[in-house]
Ligand binder design. Sequence first.
Ligand code: 5GP
Length: 210
Amino acid sequence: MKMRRKGILIVVSGFSGVGKGTLMKQLVHSYDNYALSVSMTTRQPRPGESDGKEYFFVSREVFEKTIAENGLIEYANYCGNYYGTPKEYVEKQLEKGKDVILEIEIQGALKVREQFPTALLLFVMPPSAQELKKRLEGRGTETEEVIDKRLKRATEEAEGIENYDFIVINDKLEECVKEMHGLILAAHETPDRNQEFIDNMRKELENFAK
Ligand code: 5GP
């Protein structure tokens, strides 16, 4: 009998404006095996964002104190602000067997992979660069200066895409959500994510041979 399904960490990255937030909300809403980690950040909330929902919005002092207390799995500086993943929530949800989604940028993604070698890394792409610019501008929540900064950052991040396990293209939301879910289900079946099951099978087979 296969052992109780263990949760895996799913890291989702993608350029600013690609629609990761909406995708993740839809994924969590559509299937019940996911837990979405809420990050801590020093950036200001956008209109409509609230503390504890999109992010825990904190001061620089609080963020640095959390780093010092080893309370984050990883953190990074993105366009002048700190962003980090609180450790406790992630560990608890994994223990419960949930697949925990971290929506984080590339530096953080690579740090997560070092600590959790079986983490699944997904990179969300827009159908085209032009479409990305349109989405960023259409969001209407950032100044032109911030949009420029984020597009420059996208150019840097594009360098690292080959570090990810899969790319997914966010053209139609529903399709993209289904595709991500399919990739995650498949990832659960790889040998490296089932080592305990495989080892036990070997032991039992050896017992037969005795
Ligand atoms: P935004 O300001 O648009 O919400 O996020 C900016 C970038 O920070 C996005 O690429 C987002 O994925 C990333 N980000 C959000 N939370 C975290 C986190 O906890 N750690 C890291 N490394 N990046 C994060």
